[in-house]
Write a protein that binds this ligand. Structure first.
Ligand code: UGA
Length: 454
């Protein structure tokens, strides 16, 4: 399966690597996707995505059919390409720091196959790594195993990604920026040239900087977004104490200030996903090792952790007590349109409900198989939202799925034993739920006066 004319190779066919590979190939750039997982490679070779991401399947199918994308576990094929992106995982360790073993192995294997390559090869670090990793670990492993020098036969850049699960393909096709960190002009200009090929005349704003700064941009971006969520959740918790106040109005008003902006101001049960918590922990650990304690980011994380208690607290308030109560959890994924439950607030809430003696029945349009793997039969699973509600004492909305959003107050009334609803995602209009026992994150006690109308 040698694709002589392939232009780039990508090591690590996880979420980022696969979406990057599919979008490069969709722009006519021949791409080789490399992964040690043979099953994954075979699946990708058939044009099938091993994970759920809208548009990815059809893009992969097309790319494979047009022979623009090959998947393989043979890393030696990277030497036939012009540039190699490293997109392997950097999972969290116990102390919050990141585990670099996948990066080290991939870099070493790549260096070995580049040893006999005549001519230039560009290596691009796309994995999320703390400042200093590209110029330290990656450069050292690459030079040692290839016996070549970065800056002459080898190019080396850091090029973080900002893809969001659920919209990754669109994000990759229309990014708000490209960040390139490099030590030498040639590496930076070669990578910029590749992106010129990708985006044509629509090259997004491109920030050229050092590898360390590019690495920090990625952490700064996720730390800011996570802090924005914890900020609005803090305001939500204050708003809950004030009669007639809804955090939605506060977010709407402050979001009009261009210095603040309207996005990422949806109060809820706390952020989840594979990135925010992992990256904040890594940044905190990194800073503390440099003798600086980033108090603000510790507060962002603590606020997030406590938000799950707030959700359970609302259920407790409506029910009086939790032991033996049947609680329907609607939504398990960390956000809508994904089957991903990593660090999902739903799991924190379920674990607490369970500890407090409630019986949980959960429903999610996509994430039940992943939840079952983690929680096994500790809870019950329902086939649809309505069957989850059957006989329930309380319902908690944990993910903003369209299907869940569409439920009406009468659906809860018709199926539940007692219609207690905790809207942790703020998907319903409180006025339409006024006939039920309804509590929502960020909603103060009712005054009887409608304050939602303009
Ligand atoms: C996040 C970043 O948004 C991406 O830019 C980044 O590339 C990615 O991490 C990564 O580092 O790989 P993602 O984890 O897919 O993307 O999810 P987000 O859409 O950012 O949502 C994260 C969490 O925050 C979700 O649980 C979401 O429900 C929550 N959230 C988001 C809120 O509670 N309120 C909001 O207003 C926005």
């Amino acid at each position: 399966m040698k694709t002589k004319s392939a232009s780039i190779s990508i090591i690590g066919m996880g979420y980022v690597g696969l979406c990057t590979a599919a979008t490069f190939a969709s722009r006519g750039i021949r791409t080789i996707g490399i992964d040690i997982d043979q099953v994954r490679v075979e699946q990708i070779s058939k044009g099938k995505a091993p994970l759920h991401e809208p548009q990815l399947d059809s893009m992969l199918k097309n790319a494979v059919r047009k022979k623009l994308l090959d998947a393989t576990s043979d890393i030696s094929l990277a030497a036939d390409t012009y540039a190699t992106f490293l997109t392997v995982g950097t999972p969290s360790q116990q102390d919050g720091s990141i585990d670099l073993s996948y990066i080290k192995n991939a870099t070493e294997d790549l260096g070995n196959v580049l040893r006999d390559k005549p001519g230039y090869h560009l290596v691009v670090v796309k994995s999320t790594v703390v400042p200093g990793t590209t110029n330290g670990v990656v450069k050292r492993f690459l030079e040692q195993s290839s016996r070549k020098t970065v800056g002459s036969e080898l190019g080396l850049c850091t090029n973080p990604e900002f893809l969001k699960e659920g919209t990754a393909i669109n994000d990759a096709l229309h990014p708000d920026k490209i960040v390139i960190g490099s030590n030498d002009k040639k590496s930076a200009s070669e990578l910029t040239r590749l992106y010129h090929r990708f985006y044509g005349s629509k090259l997004p704003p491109t920030i050229l900087t050092s590898p360390e700064a590019a690495e920090l941009v990625k952490y700064a971006s996720n730390a800011f977004l996570a802090t924005k969520v914890s900020f609005i959740n803090t305001i939500a918790n204050i708003a809950e104490q004030i009669p007639g106040v809804d955090v939605g109005k506060i977010a709407e008003a402050i979001g009009l200030d261009p210095r603040i902006g309207p996005l990422f101001l949806n109060a809820g049960p706390g952020y989840g996903g594979s990135c925010f918590h992992k990256d904040l922990q890594a940044l905190i650990n990194y800073s503390q090792n440099k003798n600086y304690d980033p108090v603000m980011f510790r507060a962002t994380e603590e606020t997030n952790e406590q938000q799950a208690n707030r959700v359970v607290g609302l259920a407790e308030k409506l029910l009086g007590s939790l032991p033996f109560k049947r609680v329907a959890v609607l939504g398990l994924a960390f956000k809508k349109d994904t089957d991903d439950i990593r660090e999902a607030a739903s799991i924190r809430v379920i674990n607490q409900l369970y500890k407090k003696g409630a019986r949980v029945i959960a429903y999610d349009p996509m994430a039940i198989p992943n939840t079952r793997k983690q929680l096994q039969e500790q809870i019950d699973y329902a086939e649809n939202a309505r069957s989850a509600l059957k006989g329930a004492d309380c319902a908690i909305i944990m993910t903003e799925w369209e299907e869940i959003r569409k439920l009406k107050a009468k659906d809860f009334q018709a199926h539940m034993k007692t219609p207690n609803v905790v809207d942790a995602r703020r998907v319903y209009n409180p006025e339409e739920f006024s006939g039920l026992n309804y509590a929502s994150i960020g909603l103060g006690p009712s005054t009887g006066i409608k304050n939602n109308s303009p």
